[in-house]
Design a binder for this molecule. Structure first.
Ligand code: PRP
Length: 182
């Protein structure tokens, strides 16, 4: 592993991520059995992954965004999930693929899946770029996963610490002392 940004050590390079995203796009296309496909990108963290994943799925689809927030600037989940921006169109009858950057405790996805059920989609599947099983407190179904990661605080490729680092083209581990800096 090399140090390319102060306090952040590369875990997955841009090239490694791109190859994994292409593979997951192919898997999703193969698994989709027809009908309207809606990629539901959970903001803000999944915006870069969703943009790349959408271009790796070689079939018609619609994309929508749902703003959810649970961390409020800290590295630990608060367990409180808040909708900060709702979908632009109904998803009734559609095949929904929820696109997340990370499933950590599972509290956010657990809340979201319950919420989506009330909107009567034809089906709901989940694609998460990262999964951190060691921190799971709710078991949530994940249909497609990019990388299973250890219990480290990761940033980049959409993931933040206090709204910083989302624009890094790679995923890296944030040094805890950098995380404490103002
Ligand atoms: C992150 C991430 C997931 C959630 C996962 O979002 O994007 O939505 O936390 O954590 P959990 O499994 O412990 O619930 P965050 O609230 O940090 O907002 P963001 O996407 O705007 O960065």
């Amino acid at each position: 592993m090399s140090e390319t940004t102060k306090g952040v050590t590369v875990l997955y390079s841009a090239e490694v991520i791109a190859a994994r995203v292409r593979a997951r796009g192919q898997d999703i296309a193969r698994a989709h059995e027809g009908g309207e496909l809606v990629l539901l990108s959970v903001l803000k963290g999944s915006f870069i992954f969703a943009a790349d994943l959408s271009r790796a799925i070689p079939q018609p689809l619609r994309i929508d965004f749902l703003g959810l927030s649970s961390y409020g600037g800290k590295t630990e989940t608060s367990g409180v999930v808040k909708i900060t921006q709702d979908l632009s169109r109904p998803i009734e009858g559609a095949h929904v693929l929820v696109v997340e950057d990370i499933i950590d405790t599972g509290l956010t996805m657990d809340y979201l899946l319950e919420n989506l059920k009330t909107r009567k989609p034809a089906s709901v599947k989940v694609c998460s770029l990262l999964e951190k099983p060691s921190r799971a407190v709710r078991k949530v179904p994940i249909d497609h996963v990019g990388f299973v990661i250890p219990d480290k605080f990761v940033v980049g490729y959409g993931l933040d610490y206090d709204e910083q680092y989302r624009n890094l083209p790679f995923i890296g581990v944030l040094d805890p002392s950098a995380a404490r800096a103002p």
